[in-house]
Design a protein around this ligand. Structure first.
Ligand code: ADP
Ligand code: MG
Length: 226
């Protein structure tokens, strides 16, 4: 699917003023491509993802999925779009300490009310895709940081999203593990035809991206397009 942010402005309350987190931001991301959003801490990267994920409605501007404006939808319909079409991988992995890698994925399907035999197959297929088939019965404390991040990525794909939104996927990893997670995201994007938008502050990750958008003080600027 195609994601378009069109002239999006987002402000937060800040004392008796408003803080502008996104200042007339526009961005287009296409199917099968990886768009990197880079910028310093506090520049608006996570806010951009939250708007794209329909978790926060912008003050103005439009968020379009395949040309359909999400601003016009009722909250229940926005939630359905999010549940069915959007995969979200947050900065902190939020894995549940008591669950095995496989059950971290199954709990998503269970909450969505999916057929659990179909979900079991999908969980195994995804754990295989992120090279964790052999670790599927391990709990988070029995996994390395890189392995935990791969569980998080697999979990983000359980609902078979078209749009994958990833916030600083390697911030807790050493650089070698970071490179591996990046190449995994790159491969999943291409193989599954995902529209992936990834926030990072690591310049080294940009070579894996098809497009790079820089954000500074809530304003975006496209750096590279291939
Ligand atoms: P980044 O992810 O690039 O670090 P954020 O999008 O988290 O940036 O934040 C952008 C700006 O908005 C920062 O100045 C931050 O302090 C502010 N901000 C983020 N979330 C909130 C919030 N919920 N309420 C008020 N201000 C916020
Ligand atoms: Mg952030």
């Amino acid at each position: 699917m195609t994601l378009q942010l069109d002239d999006v402005t987002l402000t937060y309350p800040d004392g008796d003023q408003r803080l502008t987190a996104l200042d007339h931001v526009s961005l287009t991301a296409e199917r099968g491509t990886l768009t990197a959003v880079v910028g310093p801490s506090g520049s608006g990267k996570s806010s951009l993802l939250a708007v794209a994920a329909t978790l926060i409605a912008p003050d103005s501007g439009r968020v379009l999925l395949d040309g359909r404006d999400l601003a016009g939808l009722r909250p229940a319909d926005t939630a359905a779009v999010r549940r069915q079409q959007i995969g979200i991988i947050f900065q902190s992995s939020n894995l549940l300490a008591s669950l095995t890698a496989r059950d971290q994925l199954l709990v998503v399907a269970h909450m969505a009310g999916d057929d659990m035999s179909v979900a079991s197959e999908r969980a195994d297929e995804l754990l295989d895709a992120v090279a964790l088939a052999a670790q599927r019965d391990r709990r988070p404390h029995q996994l390395s940081g890189g392995q935990r991040q791969r569980v998080t990525i697999a979990r983000g794909l359980m609902n078979q999203p078209s749009l994958l939104l990833v916030d600083e996927p390697t911030s807790a990893l050493d650089s070698q593990r970071g490179v591996e997670v990046l190449s995994l995201l790159r491969r999943l994007t291409t193989d599954r035809g995902l529209t992936t938008v990834m926030v990072t502050h690591n310049q080294e990750h940009l070579q894996s991206a098809d497009r790079v958008t820089e954000i500074v003080d809530g304003r975006t600027r496209q750096l590279v397009s291939s």
